[in-house]
Design a protein around this ligand. Structure first.
Ligand SMILES: Nc1ncnc2c1ncn2[C@@H]1O[C@H](COP(=O)(O)OP(=O)(O)OP(=O)(O)O)[C@@H](O)[C@H]1O
Ligand SMILES: [Mg+2]
Length: 429
């Protein structure tokens, strides 16, 4: 292994870590780069697959030619063939001009097919042909065209399972997988976890002009023991959240636990069981989204509790002083008690909002009543995790002026997952 070359690559692409698994992946990438062999990058969601194809392209003889990264999961099934292979004018309704397609445009260059496991079967057949013969047809055309494109693909889905279930062609899988590169999950990267935490803490501190957060020894132990189901993406999001939300700069294991990092990897509601056994979609992506939402909800609950505490404190203070309580002393508390929220996990995840029946809105300023809701005075409105997911996605889309890219970024999701969710929930924004 040429370690100095690998160190240079890490610097150039801001890749942090020194674990054997990461170094091995980079070493294979560098060795395979000068060849034209197809490479398949495999690894859980959030492990850093997206940088490797660029490393391969930049270290190949094709580096002065085109490089395109295409997310196969985010292109609608109806247009993917035309995006990849081009189309003739009038090939289908709306095809007003002709289109070259990525395979034509990337001639002599490299195509990165991200989320390749999401390709529709018909497109898989076209892809196999172009990989084997260099020939392809534009949609709506019978003239065979030639191209010379190097393919690097990536996937976080279990391809063997996809093949068994008939969703992915076995012959294409072997063709793409000429050189497999596996990126290990974060939990197997030892000290890299701490290095990455430091990098993200410094990045965010520079962005917002605050001191970077630091981990106490017990917090370091905790991040090493934690399983990181969302891998490096999750670590980055978490470091950003803590940097912004926490007033402390010394981060203890207690603070980390408030953000859902726990060494009990089987409980706590944040490490979830697969709600969708047998689903064709990746468990990692579902988990990543749920994880993110729950962390967010947890933080919101903490804010609500702080509000209640402060407002009750105000009222008690006035009662002790025998001065009339002011409405704004407990307005927030009242709202919270009336529209209170509870949530918990119950065989999987169910989040429940609680409203007081016949809420007593006639509280006077002198007689604030902070009664605990009787169990039988509670109307439970179950909100499924899917409803919450949908709501959060809509809110984020609105905040980002419908930009899918920015929304995916904010929610810490891959664009593919976001597209799939938008489609699944019929969101129209
Ligand atoms: N070794 C690393 N050093 C620094 N940042 C990293 C490293 N690995 C990953 N990242 C960062 O983590 C985030 C997630 O990485 P990336 O998008 O490549 O994941 P992925 O494996 O493609 O996940 P998915 O399968 O969900 O698309 C990115 O912001 C990336 O820059
Ligand atoms: Mg990716």
């Amino acid at each position: 292994m040429d370690t100095s070359n690998i160190q240079q690559i890490k610097q150039r692409y801001s890749i942090v870590g020194n674990s054997d698994g990461l170094n091995r992946a980079l070493d294979i990438a560098v060795q395979v780069a000068p060849t034209d062999l197809s490479v398949l990058i495999i690894g859980e969601s959030g492990v850093g697959k997206e940088v490797l194809p660029k490393v391969i392209h930049d270290n190949s003889a094709r580096k002065h030619n085109k490089y395109f990264a295409i997310n196969c999961g985010s292109i609608p099934e109806g247009t993917i063939d035309s995006e990849l292979f081009g189309h003739t004018k009038g090939a289908f309704t709306g095809a007003i001009g002709e289109r070259e397609g990525y395979f034509g445009a990337a001639n002599k260059g490299t195509l990165f097919l991200d989320e390749v496991g999401e390709l529709p079967l018909a497109t898989q057949a076209r892809l196999l042909r172009v990989l084997e013969t260099g020939e392809y047809l534009r949609v709506g055309e019978s003239e065979v065209r030639k191209t010379d494109v190097r393919i690097v693909a990536a996937t976080n889905v279990n391809m063997q399972k996809a093949i068994r279930e008939g969703r992915f062609r076995e012959d294409l899988y072997y063709r793409l997988n000429t050189i497999p590169i596996s990126l290990p999950p974060l939990r197997e990267r030892g000290r890299d976890i701490e290095m990455l935490f430091r990098k993200f803490a410094i990045d965010i501190s520079e962005k917002y002009g605050r001191d970077p957060i630091r981990l106490t020894p017990d917090a370091k132990e905790l991040i090493m023991a934690y399983k990181w189901p969302g891998n490096i993406r999750q670590l980055r999001n978490l470091t950003e959240q803590i940097s912004i939300i926490s007033p402390e700069r010394e981060i203890t294991s207690e603070i980390l636990k408030q953000f859902g990092v726990t060494n009990d990897n089987t409980e706590g509601g944040l490490v979830l069981t697969n709600p969708n056994n047998g689903s064709q979609h990746s468990y990692e992506n579902e988990r990543e989204l749920l994880f993110h939402l729950l962390t967010k909800i947890g933080n919101e609950m903490k804010d609500l509790k702080d509000y209640v505490r402060t407002n009750i404190g105000n009222v008690q203070h006035r009662q002790q002083e025998n001065t009339p309580a002011r409405r704004d002393d407990f307005m927030d508390t009242e709202a919270i008690l009336n529209d209170g929220i509870t949530f918990g996990t119950n065989d999987g995840i169910k989040i429940t909002t609680v409203q007081q029946k016949n809420a007593n809105n006639s509280q006077t300023a002198r007689q604030p009543q902070f009664v605990e809701a009787e169990p039988d005075s509670i109307i439970e409105t179950p909100l499924t995790i899917k409803e919450i997911e949908k709501m959060k996605i809509i809110e984020a889309l609105k905040r980002n002026n419908s930009s899918r890219k920015k929304t995916a970024n904010e929610l810490g999701l891959s664009e593919r997952t976001l597209y799939r969710k938008i489609k699944e929930y019929g969101i129209n924004l």
